[in-house]
Design a protein around this ligand. Structure first.
Ligand code: PBG
Ligand code: ZN
Length: 324
């Protein structure tokens, strides 16, 4: 008599037929951290399973990824030398340009995204050039060098750029710089709604990008602001972004839904380092059924409205999906 919902749950095939949300390996972008040297593969203590790798190791890793059906990666560079303006990111033989070029040469079928920011390249760890009077990042001066960095990535053969510094006007600036140089087909995935978050802690260990003074609250968003979160992403769409993003993911699924309802662009979530570390630690403490919680989390991102998931869990997800 009260069988309204349960009838459709009794048979596994029927459950599959009525399933509303699906996770596929095609939804994922896997982050890789590249540094100088050779034969280097150093695990990050706060992120088990995540490594800083020299380029030769990155090239081997791409082979592993392809065998798992993973073709999309996002590259982060860790330079040998950092300075006040992040010069390593601004020349053709810096770590990120070299990595893009070599990955595309060895694995042309990989889809290579580059994170475009300065915090990994500056000695002060902020995401751009410092305005000393105001003790924050100088927005417009950073736009100029970001355009230069975008052209360096484009020339190196990148497939998509992903500016993550949260400078105002960044999308418009990069779009016109790329168009002027003939890169009108290069897409931009905007870190359009990025919160000033404690969940980035472990990433800053891997990327060696902890700010030496202050924090990023003058350019990243206040976690309490919903209207502003929508406006930030809508603004990036107006400026010409091809894909929008919400970052972090877990504590912001309401924002993912809000943005989904305010744009028709594809939407990514960045399942960040602190979220990864929490699951890993809960698993190693024996507190959760890791595989199950992992897939539940991923389907949650998709259900909230994400099309794309940037995640350190990508390889694990690919393995789980292939055994289903
Ligand atoms: C650089 C950048 C950060 C992340 C991606 N790009 C760190 C930050 O803004 O401090 C965070 C990723 C993560 O925590 O996994 N701007
Ligand atoms: Zn940054």
């Amino acid at each position: 008599m009260f069988q309204r919902f349960r009838r459709n749950r009794l048979n596994p095939h029927l459950r599959a037929l009525v399933r509303e949300t699906h996770v596929s390996v095609n939804d994922f972008i896997y982050p890789l951290f590249v540094r100088g040297g050779e034969g280097i593969k150093t695990e990050v203590s706060s992120m088990p399973g995540v490594y800083q790798m020299s380029l030769d190791e990155i090239l081997k890793e791409c082979e592993v990824l392809k065998n798992l059906g993973i073709y999309s990666i996002i590259l982060f560079g860790i330079p040998d030398v950092k300075d006040s303006i992040g010069s390593d990111a601004l020349h053709n033989h810096g770590i990120i340009a070299t990595a893009i070029r070599e990955v595309k040469k060895a694995h042309p079928e990989m889809f290579v995204v580059s994170d475009l920011c300065f915090c990994e390249y500056t000695d002060h760890g902020h995401c751009g050039i410092i305005d000393h009077t105001h003790e924050t990042v100088d927005n417009d001066a950073t736009l100029d060098i970001s355009a230069k960095q975008a052209l360096i990535h484009a020339k190196a053969g990148v497939d998509m750029i992903a500016p993550s510094g949260m400078m105002d006007g960044i999308i418009e600036t990069l779009r016109s710089a790329l168009d002027e140089e003939g890169y009108e087909n290069l897409p931009i995935m905007a870190y359009s709604t990025k919160f000033a978050s404690g969940y980035y802690g472990p990433f800053r260990d891997v990327a060696e990008s902890v700010p030496s003074f202050g924090d990023r609250s003058s350019y990243q968003m206040d976690p309490a602001n919903r209207r502003e979160a929508i406006a930030e992403s809508v603004e990036d769409e107006i400026q010409g972004a091809d894909i929008l993003m919400v970052k972090p993911a877990l504590a912001y699924l309401d924002i993912v839904r809000d943005i989904r309802e305010n744009t028709s662009l594809p939407l990514a979530v960045y399942n960040v380092s602190g979220e990864y570390a929490m699951l890993k630690n809960a698993a190693s403490a024996g507190l959760i059924d890791y595989d199950r919680v992992l897939m539940e989390t991923m389907v949650g991102f998709k259900r909230a409205g994400a099309d794309i998931i940037i995640s350190y869990h990508t390889k694990e997800v690919a393995k789980l999906l292939s055994t289903l």
